[in-house]
Design a protein around this ligand. Structure first.
Ligand code: HEC
Ligand code: HEC
Length: 141
């Protein structure tokens, strides 16, 4: 009996959810092809604030010309010590030279190789959906 009730409740909440859901594509047939969304411009120069302490800093420059693959990582030629001194670029954080076993290395840890897994260029893109996100600084006020 209770099992039936639970099932009925789940089914009902499913209906309610389906009614609330709005797709980002709007009212389009499932097989209709979307126009490509506009590519956001990188905001070069002044760095946007971090939203919380652990946030990977945003990249204040374009990156599409910098190759990262299995063998090559062009981010390193400006950001890896000692080259960062010549390039006047921020030095990669020391946390990136510790492997997953906690061992300190003299080259970038494999877990940090694909920089853009965590770091993305900064842009003024509008949020895709309305939300109430507040940065740690805003929340502390
Ligand atoms: C030609 C040199 C060069 C290359 C290549 C380069 N950068 Fe940079 N990067 C810079 C410089 C210079 C700055 C500082 C710019 C500023 O402060 O306005 C910077 C800033 C940054 C920052 C901000 C750091 C902070 O503390 O706020 C990040 C993150 C970053 N780059 C990541 C990357 C990644 C990821 C790549 C590869 C996809 C890359 N960069 C390739 C020169 C470079
Ligand atoms: C797994 C996520 C991750 C990857 C991959 C990663 N980073 Fe980071 N990075 C972070 C975080 C988080 C921070 C801020 C905290 C810290 O310093 O560790 C950071 C900090 C930095 C900083 C700022 C250092 C400072 O002192 O202000 C630079 C520059 C940077 N990363 C460059 C890179 C480059 C270049 C790569 C690729 C070779 C890379 N990162 C890969 C997460 C990552």
């Amino acid at each position: 009996m209770t099992r039936l009730l639970v099932l009925a409740l789940i089914a009902l909440s499913g209906v309610a959810l389906a009614q609330d859901l709005k797709t980002l594509r709007g009212d389009q047939k499932i097989d209709a092809v979307d126009a490509a969304p506009p590519v956001s411009q990188v905001r070069e120069g002044a760095r946007l604030d971090r939203a919380y302490r652990q946030q990977p800093p945003l990249i204040p420059h374009a990156i599409e010309k910098y190759e990262i693959d299995l063998k090559v990582n062009q981010c390193l030629r400006c950001h890896d010590w000692p080259d960062n001194v010549r390039e006047n670029a921020p030095k990669i954080s020391e946390t990136h030279y510790v492997d997953r076993a906690g061992k300190r290395l003299d080259q970038i840890a494999a877990t940090r190789w694909f920089c853009n897994q965590c770091h993305v260029p900064q842009t003024d893109a509008k949020p895709l959906v309305e939300n109430r996100f507040r940065s740690a600084v805003q929340s502390a006020r």
